[in-house]
Design a protein. Structure first.
Length: 213
């Protein structure tokens, strides 16, 4: 294992884990959201039940409803918490001096290893294209949030480049979703290796223009 890969593994294991019952409402809500995220990942949004989420959080169904009105309220909170975990992991990975083009692959490594999660995430992404879906606004804003994080890092963009930062992020999101499908169809394919190559290509700066004589 290379040095930075060891550091990434340590960083991933250092992420906060779900704690036991807490008397404070914010901490309890965070535990419920974590339980909801696990249930959505295992069963998918449509099949996940509030009773399963309550059981995972160590609550009764009635107690859960005192914190959240239902799955429509839980889903955006669960997605936001998952994204926060991704950002935390990405920050830790960056301190391990991982090459810029490999950061996203390192963040997605655990996720790509879980085929059921991949299927449920893809189903959720497609469902969220409906403006009435509770996750629609989350996915709509995800591109802008990623753009703000990547522009000054792995995806620098200059005014004279062919692609804008927004267009680069659109291509990255499309590539990730497409690789999810390819990895599910053929698990032997090194999808994240291809993503690393793609990130390297899309982040490459254009050659400097020849000076005029």
């Amino acid at each position: 294992m290379r040095g930075w890969e060891h550091d990434v593994d340590v960083a991933r294991r250092a992420l906060p884990r779900r704690r036991g019952p807490s008397a404070t409402t914010p901490a309890r809500r965070a535990e419920i959201v974590e339980a909801a995220l696990a249930s959505f990942a295992e069963h998918g949004y449509e099949r996940a039940s509030l009773r399963d989420i309550a059981a995972r959080a160590g609550l009764t169904h009635a107690a859960l409803l005192r914190h959240f009105s239902g799955k429509d309220e839980l889903l955006p909170a669960a997605l936001a918490q998952r994204e926060a975990h991704e950002e935390d992991l990405a920050s830790r990975i960056m301190t391990a001096h991982v090459p810029g083009e490999q950061i996203l692959s390192a963040v997605l490594a655990d996720e790509f290893a879980e085929s059921d999660f991949q299927r449920n995430w893809l189903a959720l992404t497609v469902a969220a294209t409906n403006p009435e879906h509770p996750a629609h606004e989350f996915f709509l804003g995800r591109r802008e949030r990623m753009r703000s994080r990547f522009t000054d890092g792995p995806l620098p963009t200059k005014e004279d480049e062919l692609l804008t930062a927004d267009e680069k992020i659109t291509l990255v999101l499309a590539m990730v979703d497409g690789l999810r499908i390819q990895a599910l169809l053929d698990p032997s394919r090194d999808a994240l290796g291809l993503l690393t190559i793609f990130m390297k290509l899309i982040a490459a700066q254009p050659p400097a223009a020849e000076p005029e004589h």
